[in-house]
Design a protein around this ligand. Structure first.
Ligand code: PEP
Length: 254
């Protein structure tokens, strides 16, 4: 880990915490001392967003949207636009999370539409990509990732200096306890970075994080890898004890 490398600690609270629980966790996190290399972002449920933004108003912890819609405003019952999340104080937005792709049928095309809408705001997109167990077992993992990345980034119009985060999240590792081997995560992160730079420009800011059953006892192994710039954590980020252990581990690796 070099001095200048940022470590992204991304906490996806999914639908685990209600408003009171989210605000209580945010209050506890606000008290934590971080180092300048750590970029911590929490992704609360939309209902808890304003409470969490409020808690972090005088801290360095950022807030992100778990899911956005690509139209700014309209008759779209139940949806919330990227523009609305930005106006509510978010700085990041997840897109293409495997639960959205596989439980709610979201396609590469929809992820691309959402990225374009996210880039029309000041939000940083966190594109989630990853292969299923069947795709891995049949040797298609890299091909699937490349298609997801190409669909998201080919001919994308974005201003200079835009930052992109791509989360390599193998579907078989998300929420299963079966974390990916860190060397394999590193191999995939290297490929993703190469494709990202190719499509977005050599000087583009593309950071790759790993996600999928990250826990206090395995996080250090991912953070050691040169192409892995952090972790996206679900279950273990929604509990103060496990999240603080993960943060501690990251602090010792900077
Ligand atoms: C996630 O939600 O992106 C995730 C990686 O979940 P978990 O850490 O629970 O596997």
């Amino acid at each position: 880990m070099t001095d200048s490398k940022k470590i992204y600690l991304l906490a996806n609270w999914k639908m685990y915490l209600d408003l009171a629980e989210s605000v209580a966790l945010a209050t506890a996190l606000r008290a934590q001392k971080l180092s300048p290399e750590i970029v911590m972002t929490v992704f609360p449920s939309a209902l808890a967003l304003s409470g969490v933004v409020n808690e972090f108003s005088d801290s360095d912890i950022a807030v992100g949207a778990q899911n956005t819609y690509f139209v700014d405003k309209g008759g779209l019952t139940g949806e919330i636009s990227a523009a609305m999340f930005a106006a509510a104080g978010c700085q990041y937005a997840l897109v293409g999370h495997s639960e959205r792709r596989h439980l709610f049928g979201e396609s590469n095309h929809l992820a691309r539409q959402k990225i374009e809408a996210i880039l029309a705001t000041n939000l940083v997109p966190v594109l989630c990509v990853g292969e299923t167990k069947e795709q891995r077992d049949s040797g298609e993992a890299a091909e699937v990732l490349e298609a997801q990345i190409r669909s998201a980034f080919t001919d994308l119009t974005c201003g200079q200096g835009r930052q992109f985060i791509v989360a390599y999240e193998p579907v078989w590792a998300v929420g299963t306890g079966a974390a990916c081997d860190p060397f394999e995560a590193e191999r995939m992160a290297g490929l993703i970075e190469t494709w990202g730079r190719l499509l977005l420009g050599e000087n583009s800011e593309v950071f790759v994080v790993y996600g999928g059953s990250v826990r206090p006892d395995n996080v250090a192994a991912y953070l050691k890898e040169p192409h892995v710039s952090g972790v996206l954590v679900g279950a273990a980020s929604s509990r103060l004890d496990t999240w603080l252990e993960i943060v501690q581990s990251a602090l010792t690796s900077v």
